[in-house]
Design a protein around this ligand. Structure first.
Ligand code: PHB
Length: 390
């Protein structure tokens, strides 16, 4: 125990020192971008890496008199690995910013390192509400599951969906989705007849979907992390759930733009709520999608890409303001309160919560120009994370 306490104290001292050294540092500005480049969440890593590189290609790498250097590390979405990499990036590489975080457990495992070393941690993917509360150095450019889920629970009962079964991945974002969707459905006079949770790692949806078929709700509400949506869709259709009159609804993670076009016509008509669609009809988004596809062999950007792209924007603008002076605290201060137009629409970083405030769109899968897209048909403007209000 004593030895452990000593080690912890040493680690703290090293991290604190590393934070101090960054202040007195040279002409480079280092961004330590930790992503799942392999394993179950690899699509998230691929999307964010591509978006970060696109942002740099478009905006240059000399900012505020500093040369920006992007250091990308693969955490394979194992939180212990994320933590070790973050520690190495702070202590050895002396990064000015930590960024990425493909899943919630990775973000939570890294939060203490950000706090101890006073290094801003820009969360570009993970979306459990509580992440921003795990460290005062966290700034989020992705979204929160409560943000997305509440909008859908307002839409569903008005559109003939009264009885719903929920099916979520059994960890932070899934539990947030389940809770906030359910509370709002009940408030709106709807019913949740069953709440099912599937493991995050290697999920088998079949037994859960069989159960849903037997329960015969009006709709099945799904949250699974980006990359798992296609498997849910496939098994939902294989079991003939749609033909049995059960609608599939969910947060936009399930009709992820990275996979949607390969899901086939069975996905047509699926309604989801989210903060980003590659089909968002703004000139800025069209430019973003075109440039992203051009640089990545036609790959369509998804909501993870936009979280990475906007995360880079937040870092760049903060660097422009501070010119690298004042260390992590100055940088963090310059990240708070940023307001700008993103490919997703207008967004801002709430200075108090350090979380993203943004539009949430209702979308339906439709065929457009021969491809499947989430077509936005309604918008709830400037949504704050409902998870913060309690
Ligand atoms: C998360 O782990 O917070 C997470 C991952 C993927 C998503 C949403 C949330 O699509």
């Amino acid at each position: 125990m004593q030895k452990r306490q000593f080690l912890n104290a040493t680690a703290l001292a090293v991290l604190a020192l590393a934070g101090g050294q960054v202040m007195a540092q040279s002409n480079t500005f280092k961004i330590g971008l930790i992503l799942p480049m392999t394993g179950q969440q690899a699509t998230t890593g691929r999307q964010i890496e591509a978006a970060a590189k696109l942002y740099m290609a478009q905006n240059g790498d000399m900012i505020g008199g500093k040369k920006v250097e992007l250091i990308i590390k693969d955490d394979t979405s194992i939180p212990d690995v994320t933590k070790r990499l973050a520690q190495e990036l702070v202590v050895n590489d002396k990064v000015n910013v930590l960024a990425g975080m493909g899943i919630t457990p990775s973000a939570l495992a890294t939060a203490a390192i950000a706090t101890q070393s006073k290094t801003p941690l820009v969360v570009m993917a993970a979306a459990t509400s509580s992440i921003t509360e795990a460290s005062p150095y966290v700034v989020r450019t992705s979204f929160t599951l409560p943000q997305a889920s509440v909008a859908l629970a307002d839409w569903a009962p008005k559109n003939g969906i009264k009885k719903v079964v929920t099916l979520v991945s059994d960890y932070g974002p899934g539990i947030d989705a389940e809770k906030f969707f359910k509370e709002r459905m009940l408030f709106n006079g709807g019913q949740i007849t069953e709440s099912l949770r599937v493991p995050l790692r290697n999920p088998d949806f079949a037994p859960f979907l069989q159960k849903v078929r037997d329960l015969k709700p009006d709709a099945l509400f799904v949250f699974v992390p980006s990359g798992a949506g296609a498997a849910v869709m496939k098994q939902f259709l294989e079991r003939g759930m749609d033909k049995a009159g059960i609608k599939l609804i969910g947060t936009g993670d399930v009709t992820d733009d990275d996979q949607l076009n390969d899901m086939g016509d069975g996905a047509l008509g699926v309604v989801t709520s989210h903060h980003y669609s590659a089909a968002h009809p703004s000139p800025l988004n069209k430019k973003f999608v075109d440039a992203f596809q051009k640089a990545n062999k036609g790959l369509r950007p998804n909501f993870m890409a936009v979280g990475g792209y906007d995360g880079m924007r937040v870092i760049y603008e903060a660097l422009k303001v501070t010119k690298g002076n004042g260390g992590g605290d100055a940088l963090l201060a310059a990240m708070k309160g940023q307001i700008f137009e993103s490919p997703r629409g207008p967004m801002f970083i709430d200075a108090q919560t350090r979380d993203v405030v943004q539009n949430i769109y209702l979308r339906k899968v439709e065929r457009k120009d021969g491809q499947l897209y989430n077509i936005e048909f309604d918008v709830i403007k400037d949504v704050k994370d409902p998870g913060k209000a309690r």
